[in-house]
Design a binder for this molecule. Structure first.
Ligand code: ASP
Length: 468
């Protein structure tokens, strides 16, 4: 049996009359007395295999290998619902490679009826179901398209550190203790924001990264602690330049994976206009019919207020601001040009608009970015409005101010929420459906049940004692 090389189920269509070796999972089994049918499943799909006086011992979802002859099915037996429905394998020999105990969750069907706890505990089984394996492939295909387009447009892919300093994206930081520096901590990146800007100082000019952003936020159905962003930054660009590039990338990638766009040109709304019209800065432009058809309706929102009053119930906002004012989106943004004077003087703070642009789709925020402050006095002015003293500004963003005095070009960028794009493309309602191993809604990891206890010795090495 071993001298045959593996044939994928989809390839059997082209191998009628040949003896093939197939490997995969027993998707379904049907016993008809002497004859046993199984559908063998691999990454390319399924194919029916027929055993006479054999295979009745096989258990669904076990891993097997089999050899047999590919036969054309008689006209009446063709299964139009199966890609390989015109053929079947007449099994000669088979072997179980991995047995199966009783399955804790079914893997056929769409799985919506199974509890989240069980689906995530057995995520590796949950991902076997057709709906989930399609989403994983869709995500990969979409990411590949975006990457290819970015390379075509001469972007350079650069990784930035995971152990870093607080990045001010308006959420709480996850912190990591330093064994070598007692009492000192790294922060996990809430985004690569500052490093990507420093890459502009470095002369990279066009940067991108599929970056993991980690934020200790209150969990919601469409939000976890980690998300993946297609993070990019460009030098010597205007707001309209960035929006045009991003729009092209998104349009091409969406179409390449079979997504349907409502409009070839994404409409642009003023924040004020959007609030008046939709009562929110993320909105759904689809008709009921378009919703049924799975259309994607993208739009831009611009001219957001730069600052807002701190929400006292939000600990991260309270910590970020010392004046009662905090940024709405990004403290490293430029205000719009006509408001630069107010910004520098700290006047009319409530009226200052930022260069921020948000991409919305079907009622969700699908991305956001801005033209950055590349002059030190603009960054200083932002933090001054937030109540920071000169010393506090230096301690927080002194490294950025220094870089901005060493030849930093004007620049701007965006981060697209990859999980959310995939969720929308797949027609799903929860971000978890777009992520291979998401967290539960109570913040526990899939399969491996973290957070958990650690060895007391480890804590000692880290100079940490936990108060009970
Ligand atoms: N750093 C921002 C974010 O993660 C995106 C950006 O402004 O590029 O939301």
């Amino acid at each position: 049996m071993k001298q045959l090389t593996r044939t994928m189920s989809i390839e059997t269509l082209k191998k009628v009359g040949e003896i093939v070796l197939l490997q995969g999972w027993v998707d379904v089994k049907r016993d008809h007395g002497k004859i046993t049918f199984i559908d063998l499943r691999d990454r390319t799909g399924r194919v029916q295999c027929v055993g006479v006086d054999k295979m009745s011992d096989l258990v669904e979802e076990s891993v097997i290998e089999l050899s047999g002859v590919v036969k054309s099915r008689p006209e009446k037996m063709v299964n139009p619902d199966m890609e390989t429905g015109t053929v079947e394998i007449e099994v000669q020999d088979y072997k179980v490679l991995s047995k199966v105990n009783e399955l804790p969750i079914p893997v056929n069907g769409d799985g919506y009826e199974i509890s989240e706890e069980k689906r995530l505990k057995y995520r590796y089984l949950d991902l076997r179901r057709e709906r989930m394996s399609k989403i994983i492939k869709l995500r990969s295909a979409y990411a590949k398209e975006i990457r290819n387009i970015l390379y075509e447009k001469e972007f350079t892919e650069v990784e930035t550190p995971m152990l870093t300093k607080s990045t001010k994206e308006g959420a709480r930081d996850f912190i990591v203790p330093s064994r070598h520096n007692p009492g000192k901590f790294y922060a996990l990146p809430q985004s690569p924001q500052q490093y990507k800007q420093l890459l502009m100082t470095a002369g990279v000019e066009k940067y991108f990264q599929f970056a993991r952003a980690i934020r200790d936020e209150d969990l919601r159905a469409d939000r976890g602690y980690e998300h993946t962003q297609v993070d990019l930054e460009m030098s010597f660009v205007s707001r309209e330049d960035v929006m045009a590039v991003v729009e092209e990338i998104v349009k091409r990638a969406v179409k390449a994976v079979g997504g349907k766009l409502q409009k070839e040109e994404f409409p642009v709304f003023d924040y004020k206009e959007a609030m008046e019209k939709f009562g929110a800065d993320k909105f759904d432009l689809r008709t009921e019919k378009e919703k049924d058809e799975g259309v994607l309706a993208f739009a831009w929102v611009i001219n957001f207020p730069f600052f807002k009053k701190v929400d006292v119930s939000d600990a991260a906002e309270v910590a970020d601001s010392k004046s009662g004012w905090t940024f709405t989106h990004n403290p490293f943004s430029n205000p719009i040009e006509s408001h630069m004077k107010w910004h520098l003087k700290g006047e009319n703070v409530d009226q200052i608009l930022t260069t921020q642009y948000d991409l919305v789709c079907n009622g969700y925020e699908a991305g956001g970015g801005s033209i950055r402050a590349h002059l030190p006095e603009v960054v200083k002015a932002t933090f001054r409005i937030m109540g920071y003293s000169d010393e506090e500004i230096k301690a927080n963003v002194g490294h950025m101010l220094e870089a901005f005095e060493l030849g930093t070009p004007p620049h701007g960028g965006i981060a697209l929420g990859l999980d959310r794009h995939v969720m929308i493309l797949a027609g799903e309602k929860s971000l978890k459906e777009a992520i291979a191993f998401p967290m539960t809604s109570t913040g526990r990891t899939s399969v491996m049940d973290a957070p958990g206890d650690v060895d007391p010795e480890l804590l000692k090495e880290l100079h940490i004692s936990v108060k009970k």
